[in-house]
Design a protein around this ligand. Sequence first.
Ligand code: M6R
Length: 605
Amino acid sequence: MCGIVAAVAERNIVPLLIDGLRRLEYRGYDSAGIAFIDEANQLQRIRSAGKVQALADRIDSERPGHLGLAHTRWATHGGPTEHNAHPHTASERLALVHNGIIENEQAIRKQLIEHGATFTSETDTEAIVHLIDHLLAQGQSMLDCLVEVQQQLQGSYAIAVLDQQHPDTIWGLRKGSPLVVGVGVGEHFLASDAAALVPLTQQMMYLQEGDIVAIRRDQAALYDQQGKPIERTIQRSNLDPESSERGHYRHFMLKEIHEQPAVISATLDGCLNGTRILPSLPAELLSQVRAIHILACGTSYHAGLTAKYWIESLAGIPVSVEVASEFRNRRPAVPEHTLMLAISQSGETADTLAALELASELNYLATIGLCNVPESALTRACDHALMTRAGLEVGVASTKAFTTQLTVLLLFTAALAQAQDKPKSRIAEVLDALGQVAQQTREVLALEDQIEALAYRLADKQHALFLGRGAEYPIALEGALKLKEVSYIHAEGYAAGELKHGPLALVDESLPVVVTASSNELLKKLESNLREVQARGGQLIVFADRAVTLDSNDDMHVMHLPLNHSIASPIVQVVPLQLLAYHVGVIRGTDVDQPRNLAKSVTVE
Ligand code: M6R
């Protein structure tokens, strides 16, 4: 959940590291720090609570460095203060940054204190740097230390460490948290995320579990967890360097909402090969599937819930969808021929990865990962990977990742239906509906001004209710999640049919109720729910497709979307809810891209 960037170069690396931190800030943003060896071979460390800008303001541009590392933090152990910010140091020669959690930190800290170490922070990270210091003092090389560190530390971590006595090398280690090497010409970089490095180089080497790396100006030497030399292939990153720039948009969230037509089309293109749907999935595997378990967290979980409606109705296969944090801590029953589908934008979410680990002990037919990040832990851990092509998503509130996940999940439904010999006409219907989604999304985005005007109705509220029926029930959940994340208004998503079973008690003239309405077989039932809200004075905002014959009145505002109902409607229906949440957040003056207490990738349990 934190960001690491490190560099060894002939040019001054200090501005490169600060720029890298800005690109990684979405991963954690409560404090930041940098350490580098200056031209007098002195170890310099500057840290600051708050955002990267606060750190940048403290940097002396007159003091260059050619080797250094930097970090942006999301606090786990100890508050977001300057003394807890990374890098942490030992013996005035080592500086270390860390992403992840050390589970046995207390025991190691106690032992090291007994050996004379002095700790100055509450972080688990400081135990790592003192442990390396202790091992170096016993005469071990840095490589031997990092081999030993892996044996002693429990938990998940990626680290970068420098030693002022060897000012030509930065060492890195990956165990459970990602780390990538950027290969430049006469310079090398390390980062927790390729996004930090793409303006510097597109040539990347993704470290695998247990890998140790030593980067120097002219080479990157890799070792396995026993310290034996290994090689990893260099891959060209497809990340657009501008994807971590806001361009002319006020926020990344808005930029990413507007990118949806393009990334939905790109995702569709990537998943179709002539008449073959999802060619990377063997048809013989799909034909054997008798049940599906979907595991995910947050927005990705909502994508899974939507897929359940699609898969059961079209492919006739029973689907259960569960949040990974629950699944990982129980003993699930797995019927024969069950497929596990893990969904994660980042491919780094600790709970989803733990669910996959548990799956390897259970009797699954196969595991499939649906992910937005190539070479992520999720794609490597699954038997098969399905990729969205959303590009880098920087806004903490997920938007384009969700609609591209839905796009792939609807294609997955069609591929399953095809493999299970369901009528060809239904599959053609799905493909036709999907073909229209990008354009419909574009048309909904054109209504942004009207949606912004509606946002003022919610901006001064304490609570909001989101309702939907059928495959739009998960869209109501997602609309509520978006609103609470970026505006801090308490919002609940409910299946409209559940209204009478409790939430109706909340409805009065102060409660906005946001509804998506489609001209499907559930519309009459939904209209009854709307009347129940109106009878209690609730203030309705309804996003309806063009065939829904509802009109606005004193207590109901109906916005008709340029959308014909189809199986793909949920993908488009979520877009006005994203815009609504965004504009409510902006009106309330929240930090919509980096909401309080949150981070983009939740790499800890
Ligand atoms: O990277 P993942 O899809 O695994 O992330 C799962 C959730 O942490 C994520 O969707 C979170 O709920 C977002 N902030 C939602 O906007």
